[in-house]
Each structure stands twice: as C-alpha cells, then as structure tokens.
Design a protein. Structure first.
Length: 318
C-alpha cells in the first residue's frame, strides 16, 4: 500500500478502484480483467501527467516521501560485500552518516552517505539523517583511506541539514563541515556524488563537492529548506511554497544553473513507487561517471574538481 501525498489524491482513488476490481471474483472475470486493464492505462496516463508538471513544492514533498529509497536501500540493492567502517577516531560513531567499502558492478568503491531511518526507532537512531561533527570527521577519514588505496569515492546525499544542537556546535560542527568540503576538494581519486532525496545546506555540500554531481529527478538541493527560508523572509512557514519557487532547488533548475552535472530519471510516479529500479538507475549513472574518469591521473582529477567549483563562484560574481 502506497503512502500518498496531497496532490496524489486522484491517483490514490484510481488505484483503490483497481485493487477493488482485482479482488472481485465471479462469472464475469473476463470483463473484470478488461476493466482493470483500462483503468491501469488510465493510471499510467494520470501518473505521467501529474509527475510531468510537478511544482517545486511538490518535488520537495516527493524528495521527502517516506517510501523513497534511503542509503541502506541503495546498499542492499547496489553494493556487494559492503563492509561498514565506523567512528571518527576522535569522539565516537555517528549513525546519521554511514560509510564503508563495497563493490558496484565489480568495482571496489568507498561509499558514504546520509541515512534518515524508516520508522520511529531507526529515525531516532540515525538522527533523521542530520549528522553531528563526528559524522563528517568519519567521512573525512574514509575519504582519506580511499585515497591511500586509490579507491573511488561515491557519496549519496539525503539530509535536511547538519544537526543544529548545542552539543554539535560545542564539538565544532562548522569546522567539521569545512574540513569535509576541504577533503572532497583535495583527494586524488574520482569522487561521484548523488543527491537521492534532500540536499540541505552545508550538511549536504560537505559530501557533495564532487567531480560529478548527479541528482535524482525529483530530489532537491538548496542552501536552506523552503520552511526555513519562509520563516526568515516572511516570518511564517505558510509561505514555504513561495520559498520553494524562489530557491531554484529542483534538479532541472540546478542543471540549468550549472550546479549539477546530470539528472537521473526516476521510475514513473517517483522513486518511491519502484525502489529497485531507482537504485539500478543510480548505479548505472555512477558507473558511467566513473568510466569517464578511468585512466585520469589523480592530480588532474583534483585540479578539475577544484576548477569546476571555482568557476561556479566566478559565474556567481558576474
């Protein structure tokens, strides 16, 4: 059973009718099958029309959908022999960021990413994907380890932002994020980043300063959440829809602005409707990006990455 968003009400009603018909039995099974097929075609067209014209606020809702595949789903569906590596070697372990070694279509990679959790227990365990300083310091440790052994790094970004608590600030949150960005810019191995859900503020960019930055079609990436922006500019969260429009946070906007490199198409109706297919598409896109860097010397990879982000700054000043 799907969790439906507000704008998906007509889709939910149509799916409900299809399910009712599928459970009917009797002498008229042929006609029932024909009606189910007709409604299924109607559902496909409705999904195409609905998801073909999503507003930025609706895309924000889809990016946060509870059934959308999370980091652990990508690990289960894409990476063989995943071995998690824990701790920052300074303070402790942060479950909001998971990292470790695995094989993607035969290639050994260091994969690092945010995990939000699926239910109350796991959301609390992973702090809703909002990392503390030790999470970013763990990411730095794993990136440096990958560089030492000449292993590509893949990051999967899905966070509303870094944790804003007093304990995180006391342990150097801003410094840890800055050091993580520095490590992303400095390592001499391929670095691929994919925004799989929410890419929120410094908590996201700490893992996303990559040679190739990809976004899933209905993910978002922004300096602040629409609600946070609305509360600052209008002193009201009610203006979140307006803020979402102004922030240019969709994958399509960001590709046009040159902030990301490519968009990964989602299955019809969003990644939440077919998690395995969404994971497969992300995996294929990562492999394509890695293949484009095969044989490129480490110093050149680093130089290209730094130049790419410096150029964004230059464009912003003009």
């Amino acid at each position: 059973m799907h969790n439906f968003l507000d704008f998906e009400k007509p889709i939910a009603e149509l799916e409900g009718k299809i399910e009712e018909l599928r459970h009917l039995t009797g002498n008229d099974e042929v006609n029932i099958a024909d009606e189910v097929s007709r409604l299924q075609d109607k559902l496909t067209k409705l999904l195409q029309s609905t998801y073909g014209k999503l507003t930025p606020w609706q895309k924000t809702q889809v990016a946060r959908h509870p059934d959308r595949p999370h980091f652990t789903d990508y690990i289960a569906n894409l990476f063989d022999d995943f071995t998690p590596l824990a701790g920052d070697r300074q303070f402790g372990e942060d479950a909001a960021i998971i990292g470790g070694l695995g094989r993607l279509q035969g290639r050994t990679v260091m994969v690092i990413g945010h995990e939000k959790g699926r239910d109350t227990e796991t959301r609390v365990k992973h702090n809703f994907g909002s990392a503390r300083p030790e999470g970013y310091r763990k990411a730095i440790r794993l990136m440096r380890m990958a560089e030492r052994f000449n292993i590509p790094v893949v990051t999967l970004v899905d966070t509303a932002g870094a944790f804003p608590g007093a304990d995180a600030e006391a342990r150097g949150q801003s410094e840890a994020i800055a050091r993580s960005i520095e490590a992303c810019l400095d390592i001499k191995v391929p670095l691929i980043s994919v925004i799989i859900g929410e890419g929120g503020s410094g908590g996201a960019i700490a893992l996303a300063v990559a040679n190739t930055v990809l976004m899933l079609e209905n993910s978002i990436y922004s300096v602040i959440s629409p609600e946070g922006c609305a509360s600052i500019l209008w002193r009201s969260g009610d203006e979140a829809k307006t803020a979402a429009e102004a922030l240019r946070l969709t994958a399509q906007d960001l590709q046009q602005l040159g902030v990301i490199d490519d968009i990964v198409a989602e299955p019809l109706g969003g990644a939440q409707r077919n998690a395995k297919e969404a994971c497969k598409r992300v995996g294929d896109a990562i492999i394509k990006a890695l293949e484009s860097m095969d044989g490129v010397e480490g110093g050149l990879l680093k130089a290209r990455r730094r130049d790419k982000f410096l150029e964004m700054g230059r464009k912003g000043l003009n």
